[in-house]
Design a binder for this molecule. Structure first.
Ligand SMILES: NC(=O)c1ccc[n+]([C@@H]2O[C@H](COP(=O)([O-])OP(=O)(O)OC[C@H]3O[C@@H](n4cnc5c(N)ncnc54)[C@H](O)[C@@H]3O)[C@@H](O)[C@H]2O)c1
Length: 449
């Protein structure tokens, strides 16, 4: 384990050999054995035992997830990891106070994965690191709470879903809207058929974020910027594309199509599906780009209209990023029925409108369980959580497809059975597959047909 920090070769085999989970290169399926020995599958843990977790990425959402999990008496935080010393541990005094001991602090997440006492991790890094951290966690036999969008591109999403499946891990994703009442009420209502046949779904987000203009500077002391960049293409440090701001740069994120699309289109897809196994589009076209926010460093589109055709289910979906969506919340999802009724849902409420805009009566269902409690319970019972990674991979792929269509300028087609684009259209885009920086390699998993 010594010298992990010096070791910049992140290839899967190197990692596994070093951590001792593979006895010899090429040994037969040792990883599956590891996953089968999951604590709550065997005899070593009881339902009352604590779920011991480590946080990877101690920024805004990683820390928020950790604190939500700390609400539960059967959870303990044992380790924190961030590539920036400035983010740990100054804001984490409450962790020590609660558990009576300082959590161990690391700069390299592989130290957490090596620890036998840690059952699960939170993946709270920027999007461009999710795939490596999550797949390595699966290979090390850890369960995970993984932030959304699950990946930086389509090939990563497919690999992550397959790794979770093959290693039999329980992974809840950060699409917590799946566990809030306005969204579950709306989904239940659509699934009940009471709005009639749905012909169109709409999802949208407002975008007016400016990253501003900056010149590269020396990274702040304590931040291992080279590791922060990780597998992405190297760009010199600028604070307006590092912490939090990375989401406006396609080199590190997917812009609002993935950042918010994964929340809002997720609701449309869930409403149109029977369960978590989501309906998938057959073709996608997208138009837009950087049209409104000029003289700015950001590279993510600020205007986008994408049309998805769900030929097999006979409806279409419209995704839009814009500066305004008059008369509506800044974000939301709508279902439009063949008779002109519309169900609109957003964070904080939902309503049903008749074709003239008059509000119609609605029906409420039981409240869903707490999203983070659901994760803990599912780890212990080895069940699928409400935002199971396999399902959120489907939503994430749908989001990436709009970026693939925009980047390629082509109408792209999706083959849900093959988990891949049809033909060549879109395949040369970075939203489909990104080359990793030298020294990093995506452990690629392909589903069997
Ligand atoms: N579910 C939600 O509603 C929601 C809301 C906000 C953000 N998010 C998601 O949460 C994730 C984090 O977003 P954020 O806004 O907190 O970003 P952030 O930039 O504030 O925090 C990310 C942290 O990860 C650290 N990091 C980077 N690479 C690392 C590595 N290899 N190992 C350990 N730490 C590393 C960074 O130094 C930083 O402290 C993103 O995927 C984002 O999309 C989800």
């Amino acid at each position: 384990m010594a010298n992990i920090e010096q070791d910049k070769d992140w290839s899967r085999r190197q990692f596994l050999i070093r951590t001792g989970t593979v006895a010899a290169a090429g040994a037969a399926s040792p990883l599956l054995k590891l996953a089968d020995a999951s604590p709550w599958k065997g005899v070593s843990k009881s339902p009352n035992d604590k779920l011991v977790i480590g946080l990877v990425g101690c920024g805004g959402m990683g820390a928020a997830n950790m604190r939500n999990l700390m609400e539960f008496p059967d959870v303990e935080v044992a380790a924190l990891c961030d590539v920036d010393d400035n983010r740990v541990p100054k804001d984490f005094a409450d962790v020590e106070k609660k558990y009576g001991r300082k959590p161990d602090v690391y700069k390299d997440y592989r130290h957490i994965l090596e620890r036998k006492d840690i059952d699960a991790i939170i993946v709270g890094t920027p999007d461009h690191w999710h795939a490596l951290v999550l797949i390595h966690a699966c290979e090390a036999g850890k369960d995970a709470y993984c932030e959304k969008p699950i990946s930086h591109n389509i090939v990563e999403a497919v690999s992550m879903a397959e790794a979770v499946k093959q290693h039999k891990r329980v992974v809840q994703c950060g699409t917590w809207q799946r566990s809030t009442k306005e969204f579950t009420d709306a989904i239940d209502y659509i699934r009940s058929g009471k709005l009639g046949k749905i012909t169109l779904c709409r999802a949208w987000i407002n975008d007016s974020f400016r990253a501003g203009r900056q010149k590269p500077t020396t990274p702040p002391k304590g931040l291992d910027y080279d590791m922060w960049v990780g597998p992405a293409a190297f760009l010199p440090y600028q604070s307006n594309r590092c912490h939090w701001n990375w989401r406006w740069f396609m080199n590190f994120g997917g812009g609002l199509s993935t950042d918010w699309g994964v929340h809002m289109m997720d609701i449309a897809l869930l409403g149109m599906s029977k369960d978590q196994d989501l309906v998938m589009p057959t073709s996608v076209s997208a138009f837009g780009g950087q049209r409104a926010i000029l003289d700015d460093d950001r590279t993510a589109p600020d205007v986008m209209d994408a049309i998805y055709d769900f030929k097999d289910q006979n409806f279409s979906m419209h995704w839009s990023i814009g500066q305004d969506h008059p008369g509506k919340e800044t974000h939301g999802t709508e279902f439009v029925s063949a008779d002109g009724r519309t169900l609109r849902v957003w964070r904080g409420g939902w309503k049903i409108l008749d074709p003239s805009g008059k509000e119609l009566p609605k029906e409420e269902a039981a409240a869903p369980p707490n999203h983070w409690r659901d994760f803990v319970d599912c780890v212990k019972t080895r069940s699928k959580p409400r935002a199971d990674l396999g399902s959120v991979a489907q939503t994430t792929i749908v989001c990436h497809l709009s970026n693939v269509a925009l980047e390629s300028g082509e109408m792209v087609k999706w083959d849900a059975k093959k988990h891949d684009l049809v033909g060549k259209a879109g395949k040369n885009t970075l939203s489909y597959r990104r080359p990793y920086r030298k020294g990093y390699r995506l452990p690629e998993y392909r589903p069997s047909a």
